[in-house]
Design a protein around this ligand. Sequence first.
Ligand code: ADP
Ligand code: DP6
Ligand code: CO
Length: 359
Amino acid sequence: MAADKWVYMVTAQTPTNIAVIKYWGKRDEVRILPVNDSISVTLDPDHLCTVTTVAVSPAFDRDRMWLNGKEISLSGSRYQNCLREIRGRAGDVEDKEKGVKIEKKEWEKLHLHIASHNNFPTAAGLASSAAGFACLVFSLAKLMNVNEDPSRLSAIARQGSGSACRSLFGGFVKWEMGSKEDGSDSVAVQLADEKHWNELVIIIAVVSSRQKETSSTSGMRESVETSLLLQHRAKEVVPKRILQMEEAIKNRDLASFTQLSCADSNQFHAVCLDTSPPIFYMNDTSHRIISLVEKWNRSEGTPQVAYTFDAGPNAVLIARNRKVAVQLLQGLLYYFPPKSDTDMKSYVVGDNSILKEAG
Ligand code: ADP
Ligand code: DP6
Ligand code: CO
């Protein structure tokens, strides 16, 4: 095979994660360092996920990337930081079967082609940036034989999108804000693996798959600049909630888990309203879903379902178990009938339609 004819590639699949104690606000915009710790649950990798293929060849004359089939620019600092950090840790690669041998020092000169697909709406408040950058970093690390543990990789993914650092682990994950200026201790750690509380079922109700008007990045920047509630939340509220949420997860205490997750989602959206000009991520349908779940939990005496909404109108509902999830799904279908023919197994686009279970 001629020296410039080979292409060596790796494909990876990474799930998204949904925060139950939210990250909203940076203390360092460049390194992506948050103003508070956050905790999330990573979804089942077969449901909402990103699949990314990274390829290297001497025939490529520059780095290029396609997102959902469309070429995007890699010139932004987030992509550049991830590429630089991974290239700096690249090792020797040898694949005898494919006849590929790449020495560590060659990675600086070789160019990459990257193709990434999200199987769920991009930039619609379902954490596409989390799955996307986690998958980018993970696949590049595999391609370049980078020997780093997931926490170290999480610090690289963090520089692509903050929430991405939490997608390097399954189960329940904490992103520790850290205190060092260089961000080296701002990493994700696993609190409990996916088996720990596996009777929980997550249902995602897609209220709208439209791209949001205010990206998470600019939304949180405006909140940091203008919201006093954000300052109070980061200093006084979240540190206590983090400890309580860790305890709730450890003890599989759904009452506490629900109370904390719903309160934190509502406070995050209150911060968005407290931002000038105010940011509206939820809509009427989101509010109706909250009312439905609140009423149901109250009528049952003990909470059955937790809700949380990211920076978008779509509901993430965490049900106590499969039986509750089925009842919840029936309730959602009754009160929010899908407008088009719905294949419950697959993802449905359109107002008021319901997405599948993930969990
Ligand atoms: P979301 O709520 O979906 O995370 P954000 O506003 O945080 O929305 O981020 C959306 C941005 O994340 C996209 O515009 C794109 O720049 C980036 N992104 C999304 N998916 C991917 C991916 N698979 N690979 C790389 N970057 C991605
Ligand atoms: C509401 O991680 O998307 O989903 O770091 O600027 O890329 P950048 O923002 P991003 O923000 C996520 C905000 C959130 C809450 C969370 O995931 O913790
Ligand atoms: Co995001």
